[in-house]
Design a protein around this ligand. Sequence first.
Ligand SMILES: [Mg+2]
Length: 386
Amino acid sequence: MPVIKAIDTVLIQLPTRREHKWTGLTEPIGRYIMVKITDDAGRVGWGEAPALKDWGGEFGRYFGESPAITQLVIEKYLAPAVIGVELGDAATLHARMDAIIKGYPYAKGAVDFAFHDLTGRWLGVPVHILLGGKHRARVPVTHSVGLIPIEQAVQEVAKVAAEGIRTIKIKVGVDAKRDIERVRQIRAAVGPDVDLCVDANEGYRTPGEAIRTIRVMEESRIIYAEQPVMGIERIAEVARAIDTPVMADESAWNAHDVIQIIEKRAAQIVSIYTTKPGGLARAMEVAAVCRAAGIICNVNGSVETGVGNLANIHLAAAAAAVTLSCVVPVSTPAAEQHGQVGGIYYRDDLLVSGMKLEDGCIVVPTAPGMGIDVDLAKIETYRVKD
Ligand SMILES: [Mg+2]
């Protein structure tokens, strides 16, 4: 059986198409750690930690990782612990990572992605097959509009809708009056056929403020309100008061969190990440709990490069509970960009070819491993030299 021989990390910075901000974000997106695992036959698998130090769980329950923290945890603790693990044995991989250091799900997630990529390449199967199979062959994309000026947002959504994207997420949670106006103008720009959702990133100060604001937004027909306030008990208050389903994101990191959300009837929707629970194996556990409770899900993330985004796509394909459109980038290298905007957050990407977009959906790659190769020249181009 082939085993893990070496683990390397690289810090990269992708150029952004334009500024992309949300409530609480203090650093530019796209400065992330890539992880390369090599086996004893010289095969290679890639992973990514889209770690942000200012994105975390509620009331200090979980907290952000910066790229420097992630890199240290991987190099000093995780890598030495998992050298020698047999490919395919995700159980042992996670047991060893959890035994050597508590927490740090983004660092563990990056190792888990690279391990799945490498295992899939060794076995000649795509990662979604390793996760149990394919519930869907195409993943509908939600385009996320950050906290940009309203006029700019309106222009952008019109273009995105024309490109065939059917769902738009609007970042809100800063100023209730302005948020309502953003949603109203975006609805007017895209017409009745595009679904809209809002994400406050815990930005409203009280459940009451969130309830009053979302009730007005409901006039613009929103399909869900994501993380309106901080705290499982507090989103439960919002969920009880409004007709629009509430989605838990910052409140739902792992399967245990979802059990609490179910007990408190705090949300009808959960946003699953590949990173919050610490990798694909754990994300499938979150999806299984959601499915058992009748909670529907999307896959959401931190504007990953193509490396991490491939993990999102395979999770979305393999998890039965993921029936909603997913907030994932349409990872596209510069040579394949011709002015399209939908799902494009960076001017270039780290993959040799872009994700295929059909009718507003990403086609799930079927080649072995993550299914699209990493462009080693791009890794060198965007490597951060310190
Ligand atoms: Mg969110």
